[in-house]
Ligand binder design. Sequence first.
Ligand SMILES: Nc1ncnc2c1ncn2[C@@H]1O[C@H](COP(=O)(O)OP(=O)(O)OP(=O)(O)O)[C@@H](O)[C@H]1O
Ligand SMILES: [Mg+2]
Length: 249
Amino acid sequence: MGLLEIQKLNQYYGESHTLWDVDLDVPRGECVVVMGRNGVGKTTLLRSIMGLLPATGGMKFDGEELVSKPAERRARAGIGYVPQGREIFAQLTVEENLRTGLGARRDSLRELPEMVFDLFPVLKDMLNRRGGDLSGGQQQQLAIGRALAIDPKLLILDEPTEGIQPNIVAQIGDVVDRLRLSREAEQEVADGVDRARTQYGVTVLLVEQKLPFARRLAQRFFILERGRVAAGGTMDELDDDLVAQYLKV
Ligand SMILES: Nc1ncnc2c1ncn2[C@@H]1O[C@H](COP(=O)(O)OP(=O)(O)OP(=O)(O)O)[C@@H](O)[C@H]1O
Ligand SMILES: [Mg+2]
């Protein structure tokens, strides 16, 4: 059973029907990538999952029905969301930006979790800088750090590599891999390793247009075409024909 299970999801912007009977399953502990050209409905799908847009159909997260829940309760259920374009607060400091993520925690923890700084040490050195003064790559790291402040079971990322320089793209890839490392795998890590650092086991739903990044991180893919799921499978099933038909511009 998947951590996130979506059945026959439909979404409308007024008269315009944007998502059509979308079925999508995100298995626990995996990274699933949603691909597709510009305007096919990827962001609309993620915003519908987060409850930021109204949608109909079945959506279960960790066994609980989501569709009737308001956005705030979905985050609290353990879904961290990194929106396209990052949407960090330019006038707030890095620390204040991170703290906005704490509001949705299930527990009453008021301290920023150490894991944010383990994964993004650069943020620790910049706590008092304004969000707007950071580079694009640093802002993306901040947006991911903010989503991790709730200690999510599922992390949703919308085109995290868009407009980001290659070395930061690689770092973000490393972080997503580390986050996904399962608790079981961690048991096998040799003594002396700080356990808390590898006990993440976060499941990942990624929207990405860059194929090499998607191939590096994901185990499964779904392709959207005009609001419908056109194809899906394991990454080795994403062949040249599918790429040519649905992903090449
Ligand atoms: N607020 C809105 N009101 C009406 N239509 C919208 C709105 N936002 C998006 N759309 C339309 O919904 C469709 C899907 O848009 P969406 O942003 O989900 O695509 P996307 O796959 O994320 O694209 P991109 O790769 O450019 O980010 C597009 O046709 C878009 O024009
Ligand atoms: Mg988008």
